[in-house]
Design a binder for this molecule. Structure first.
Ligand code: KG4
Ligand code: ZN
Length: 340
């Protein structure tokens, strides 16, 4: 360990993943994620069960992160945690843990906004040295949010557009539930779509103003469509699962890029990134490359472990705040509706 090294412990617990990461000078030494299988059978996250599972997982997860990083507790310079937005009961577990850890070790405490964390994941050290340059645009697509963000500096971000109702991840998960797939259904729709025909069925692309989105109509549309088809043939889903998934996924991704292209052209931005759980989607990733070439963009796609919720992204955001000496006191409280 070098005297000038900065080691951050990151804690993430905003939804249904308990995660802890160790970051040294911007480089990930460990990034442990404990998922929660308990929600699968409910078709969505049950907040009460999530916070209980976080309580069970938090200490072993942090322990594993420290061990895997090959450091000891006393090497940690600061604790960064997700203060919000997210589920209050879940956030409280991570926030309380981070506060106790900082107090016990007498080290600074750094609060992080979860959505900023998703975006700043692009600054985690990578072997290619491939980082976006300010100002850039990041489309953050997750289970709770869908935003087009103009990123002017690490913590200077402007939301250009966002969803008026459901998030893109929710549109994936809710359709998956209707199709009888377990939660979270996004990755499964992605998997079945690979074998399907995206032009087979037509779903509507919402027509909402500016750089905003709406996905609730799409969910209703697939529900009515399936009800109608199932009335004619009760095996319709089994016979057409791949094509339904491909067509539905294609509609979501087309909707997202329609607005992303408009925003990037209007603001004359050439560095364009994606972030959040849905950025693990294979069509979203390949379309960013394809459209990016057409538009002359430099594109930025996080590696899979930094797409879905993880503490690595919280640790990198915490690292930049640590450099700015932006600390919070022991009176800090979780904020389910935290804005940036
Ligand atoms: O960022 P994240 O882990 O949690 C939130 O902050 O919401 O995002 C989770 C969302 C879920 O809706 C999940 O279905 C979706 O990301 N997701 C995907 C894929 N992998 C995760 N959606 C589509 N295709 C994927 N491959
Ligand atoms: Zn997230």
């Amino acid at each position: 360990m070098n005297g000038s090294d900065i080691i951050i412990l990151g804690i993430e617990s905003s939804c249904d993943d308990t995660s802890a990461a160790i970051l040294k000078n911007g480089e990930i030494l460990s990034n442990i994620v404990a998922g929660q299988k308990v929600h699968e059978k409910f078709g969505g996250v049950v907040p009460e069960l999530a916070s209980r599972a976080h309580q069970q997982n938090i200490i072993p997860t942090v322990d594993t992160a420290i061990k895997e990083a090959g450091i000891s507790k006393k090497d940690i310079h600061a604790v960064a945690f997700t203060r919000g937005p997210g589920l209050l009961g879940s956030l409280i577990v991570g926030t309380s843990f981070a506060k106790s850890f900082a107090l016990g070790r007498n080290i600074p405490l750094v609060e992080v906004n979860h959505m900023q964390g998703h975006i700043l994941a692009h600054f985690i050290k990578n072997p290619e040295g491939h980082y976006p340059k300010f100002p850039f645009i990041c489309m953050t697509v997750s289970g709770g949010h869908t935003q087009i963000v103009l990123v002017k500096d690490y913590f200077e971000m402007e939301i250009l557009g966002e969803t008026m109702d459901d998030a893109a991840g929710e549109a994936f998960d809710k359709a998956a539930k209707i199709l009888g797939l377990p939660y979270p259904g996004g990755p499964l729709i992605d998997k079945y779509a690979k074998e399907g025909n995206p032009e087979k069925f037509q779903f509507p692309i919402s027509n909402i103003q500016d750089y905003n989105f709406s996905f609730s109509g799409l969910k209703t549309n697939i529900l009515y469509f399936l009800q109608k088809e199932l009335a004619k043939d009760s095996a319709f889903i089994e016979k057409n699962l791949n094509d339904i998934c491909a067509s539905y996924q294609h509609t979501i991704i087309k909707t997202l890029f329609k607005k992303l292209v408009l925003a990037a052209r209007h603001y004359k931005i050439k560095d364009v990134a994606i972030a959040g759980g849905v950025s693990a989607n294979s069509l979203l990733r390949s379309e960013l490359e394809r459209i990016g070439k057409e538009e002359g963009w430099n594109t930025f796609i996080p590696s899979f472990q930094f797409c879905t919720d993880n503490a690595g992204m919280i640790a990198i955001a915490g690292y930049y705040k640590f450099l700015n000496k932006e600390f919070v006191g022991q009176d800090v409280a979780a904020d389910a509706r935290m804005k940036f």
